[in-house]
Design a protein. Structure first.
Lengths: 184, 139
């Protein structure tokens, strides 16, 4: 059964004689795809949904995917688009869930006022601030600081001009700093 | 000042990277690849059927439109052609009346067009000469 599933998953690959198989792509990039979805949506359940629909779309479009381009950027592009659509569709419900999750993270009763707990609170505050950024800035901030992409790479993923990405990164950072300072 | 700013930015970038990094507890269980593939295949027949139906509907609509045109055109075409022909004749008559006067004038052997043109050139030349001499007097 497992062998037949593996064979079926590899079908697009043998048909296209592509250097990367769909299964390899999923294995290699699933954490990154899930991570970018998590940082954009701010919710684990939503991130899982987004990651699944990303790979579903990628599987359906795999024979149209340009093999000369890196698979990573293609998957990240689908994932960011899916995450944005998800946020747009379920924005209100998502914000409530994110606020609840952040609240429980901050109000951890086992937390001690040591360096580790301070760092954890700081991380939670930054993540909450990122998830509240306007999506225009959120996407570039996540791609830059979570996926470690350069400005040119972000421009390729988002199909925005590099100069626009640069300005959006700057503006996103300023908004984040303002939000974090206001939350102190 | 700019040094402080750069350090501030560097600090922010490091802090951001550290905050956004996935923690081991956040990592999801492995995605079920077989389930994704199965879902893609399960959805595909419905999608194929929907696209087939929409193509069929579009085809039927196009065929209906072509049939309608084929039926109505023979009935409408003579009336339409007659109207168009009448309008064309009327326009032609309206243009021809003033045009015939000008054409008659040009065709008159007593008023040769070349003579009129020569007269016009002579008048223009005279005008130019006078203007030139006037400019010489005033300067």
């Amino acid at each position: 059964m497992a062998a037949s599933v593996a064979l079926r998953i590899d079908l697009p690959i043998t048909r296209m004689a592509s250097p990367v198989t769909f299964a390899d792509g999923v294995r290699e990039h699933q954490d990154e795809v899930y991570g970018v979805a998590l940082r954009i949506t701010g919710d684990r359940e939503a991130a899982l949904d987004v990651a699944s629909s990303t790979f579903l779309k990628a599987y359906r479009a795999f024979d149209r995917y340009d093999q000369t381009r890196p698979l990573r950027y293609w998957l990240l592009r689908i994932a960011t688009n899916e995450a944005i659509s998800y946020v747009r569709k379920r924005g209100r419900e998502l914000r409530r869930r994110v606020a609840l999750e952040q609240g429980t993270t901050l109000a951890d009763p086992t937390a001690l006022p040591d360096a580790e707990s301070v760092a954890r609170e700081d991380r939670a505050r930054i993540r909450a601030a990122v998830s509240l950024l306007p999506e225009l800035y959120r996407v570039v901030i996540v791609l830059r600081y979570f996926n470690d992409l350069s400005v040119d790479e972000i421009a390729r993923v988002t199909k925005r001009p590099a100069s626009t990405v640069g300005v959006q990164l700057l503006r996103g950072r300023t908004l984040l700093r303002t939000a974090l300072e206001a939350g102190r | 000042m700019s040094n402080d700013r750069r350090e501030d930015d560097l600090f922010d970038e490091t802090r951001l990277r550290r905050a956004l990094r996935l923690e081991p507890a956040e990592l999801p269980t492995r995605l079920d690849l077989a389930a994704i593939v199965a879902r893609a295949r399960a959805d595909r027949p419905a999608f194929t059927a929907a696209s087939l139906i929409s193509t069929l509907v579009a085809g039927v609509a196009a065929a209906g439109l072509v049939g309608l045109i084929a039926v109505t055109l023979p009935a409408v075409a003579p009336a339409l052609a007659s109207d168009l022909f009448t309008a064309a004749i009327e326009t032609l008559a309206n243009v021809a009346i003033p045009a015939s006067f000008l054409l008659n004038l040009a065709a008159q052997p007593t008023v040769p067009v070349a003579a009129i043109a020569a007269l016009a050139v002579a008048i223009a030349y005279e005008y130019a000469q006078r203007r030139e001499s006037l400019r010489e007097v005033t300067s």
